[in-house]
Design a protein around this ligand. Structure first.
Ligand code: AMP
Length: 590
């Protein structure tokens, strides 16, 4: 069933940035978009941190609030653009003083605290590569990413260092400097960041930065192998800036809250970079999700544009309209959501309870910026991700038996017309497109065919060009908006002495979209029991943190393909009581 369109999505106090969609698409070109940014003085290139911070600090917005960080005790730290320029300049100087060269990787493993933002932007100023990690990851994902990314610097807290890194530090030979944020400690092999910053010069001359200089390294997951490091370059800022204007209707006087953690791509592209390039105020909340807390932040901080995720909206919805009515949300003028399918009920709930519909949009780590979106001035079709942003060409490609686009002699077949379904593909060439997977050219090359970037998502398109998410073409899991690679979870579980093998799937969940479920077979000498199940779940949590399995079933007869891989597709079909599909590659039937 399709829900009735919402034809007048927002009461807009000002003309939206994107007026007429068709006209905006027809008139758009990336060169003009680039000219909206100032570039480094003297024509020395384009640097994200200059666009986000220094150019505002040198202009009329110098005293405007850039960051408003709410801590767990509700204390607010405000930093204006001039101050942010100085703090990020100090951080960049600290990197230089410690011999960190341009292009080297600086990792952050921090909660949403002010130091995270200054480290991130200071790293970009120094033309080093920022690799932000999710602080709720366990030691294993942190270690793997630091190792793959060849991190030279890590900025973290003592607690996170002690719990997640200290033991494995000796296996990270590239990691030369660890800066600790917070209470000073005498931890060997680390430097107190506040101490280092206290002696640093705030003035930092951003070096010439080319469009293709690496800027960001975001890890994402596939179905096989280790996490992939998607590389983004400084030119990406053109897409961050433009799409924030078009799809989020962002303006300089906005108070913008993106609830994604900067450890994930949304939290960096839109939680840090895009709003600052507009000179807006970024709200950041150190606390975890809590319905009352979130309404309180929206009301208290007078948030005008809110970019959040379906799981959070579903949780708010569960608390009913009465809770929302207790807060003054009158400042709010625009709501957008990303990361996982947004049920139509939530779009309509937004309209009824918050007085604003939720604008779904779609993108992924590799695309670096919003690619498909609903817009303030255009009809919303609840349940649809919207239409491609100006400057982006999308297509649906015919799929083969493995569920992915059918590639024949290097060519693919584009599906035309209305109500077709295929693998969602994008025409490469936009500024925030990833430039590679670190150390993995083959995987990067395999992401393209017939002149298209293949997204791995299956979508449908209606007669008016609106895209509708259907599902993933592979086994990756989306749980509470976090992309989870089953291979990473399986490998971690198999570290336990009782586990012979594991198969991990995403099990549909009304709140989190999917939850991570593991099936494990045991080694000889171990028998299934409730105690062992509890122990394995706890082991998973210790190793993996927030992406650990929530459910675990013992299965001493895991289905395999003839090449010996666990058939996750079959595990999932059995779990859901769905048809088992093509079993021709099954090694042995039950
Ligand atoms: P990530 O790379 O972690 O940002 O995850 C990207 C993936 O999240 C996409 O390939 C989709 O599978 C999913 N996704 C992102 N946005 C949406 C959306 N609006 N609707 C449905 N799925 C989405």
């Amino acid at each position: 069933m399709r829900w009735a369109p919402i034809s007048k999505p927002c009461e807009l106090s000002a003309r939206p940035n994107l007026g007429d969609y068709e006209q905006a698409r027809a008139e758009f070109d990336w060169a003009t978009a680039r000219s909206q940014l100032s570039g480094l003085p003297g024509g020395r290139g384009l640097n994200i941190a200059h666009e986000a911070v220094d150019r505002h600090a040198a202009g009329v917005r110098a005293q405007a609030t850039a960051l408003r960080c709410v801590d767990k005790q509700d204390q607010v730290t405000e930093i204006d653009y001039a101050e942010l320029r100085d703090q990020t300049g100090k951080f960049a100087n600290v990197l230089r003083e410690h011999g960190v060269q341009r292009g080297e990787r600086v990792f952050t493993l921090l909660g949403r605290v002010p130091a995270l933002y200054t480290a991130a932007l200071g790293t970009l100023k120094a033309d080093c590569v920022l690799a932000p990690l999710f602080s709720a990851f366990g030691p294993q994902p942190v270690f793997d990413r630091l190792r793959i990314g060849g991190g030279a610097v890590l900025v973290t807290t003592y607690r996170l260092y002690r719990n997640k890194i200290r033991q494995l530090r000796s296996a990270l030979p590239d990691l030369r400097h660890v800066f600790l944020v917070g209470e000073p400690t005498a931890e060997p092999g680390t430097t107190d960041l506040a101490d280092a910053l206290a002696h640093a010069d705030p003035a930092f001359d951003i070096p010439s930065t080319s469009l293709e200089d690496w800027a960001l390294l975001h890890f994402t997951s596939g179905t096989t192998g280790a996490p992939k490091g998607a590389v983004h370059v400084h030119e990406a800022v053109v897409a961050h800036h433009t799409t924030a204007a078009q799809a989020l209707d962002l303006r300089p006087d906005d108070v913008f809250w993106c609830t994604a953690d900067p450890g994930w791509v949304t939290g960096t592209s839109y939680g840090i970079i895009a709003p600052l390039t507009h000179g807006a105020t970024v709200v950041s909340d150190e606390g975890e999700f809590d319905a009352r807390r979130w309404y309180h932040v929206l009301a208290e901080q007078r948030v005008t544009v809110w970019y959040t995720a379906p799981t959070a909206l579903r949780m708010l919805m569960r608390h009913g309209p009465e809770l929302a009515s207790r807060y003054d949300l009158s400042a709010l003028r625009y709501i957008a959501s990303v990361g996982e399918p947004l049920n139509p009920e939530v779009v309509v709930w937004g309209q009824e309870v918050l007085g604003l519909p939720v604008h779904d949009n779609w993108w992924q780590t590799e695309t670096g910026a919003i690619m498909i979106s609903n817009y303030p001035s255009e009809e919303i079709r609840p349940g649809s991700m919207g239409r491609p942003v100006p400057g982006i060409d999308a297509a649906l490609l015919e799929r083969g038996e493995d569920g992915r686009a059918l590639v024949h002699g290097g060519e693919v077949r584009e599906l035309t017309g209305a109500d077709v379904e295929g693998e969602l593909a994008l025409r490469p060439g936009w500024p925030s497109m990833f430039r590679g997977y670190l150390h993995d050219e083959a995987r990067y090359a395999a992401s393209f065919a017939g002149g298209w970037y293949l997204t791995g998502d299956i979508a449908a398109r209606d007669a008016d060009g609106y895209y509708w998410f259907v599902g993933r073409a592979d086994d990756v899991i989306k749980s509470a908006g976090h992309l989870v690679g089953p291979f990473e979870v399986e490998s971690a579980l198999m570290e336990h002495p009782a586990v012979a093998e594991a198969g991990v799937i995403g099990k549909p969940d009304p709140m989190a979209g999917e939850l991570v479920k593991a099936f494990v077979s045991l080694r000889p000498g171990h028998a299934p029991s409730e105690e062992l199940r509890t122990e394995l779940l706890a082991f998973g949590r210790r190793q993996l943190g927030a992406v650990a399995p929530k459910e675990l079933t013992f299965d001493d007869d895991l289905p395999h393909t003839r090449s010996g891989k666990v058939m996750r597709r079959l595990l999932k079909a059995r779990e859901l009581g769905l048809p088992e599909g093509d079993l021709s590659t099954l090694e042995k039937a039950r």
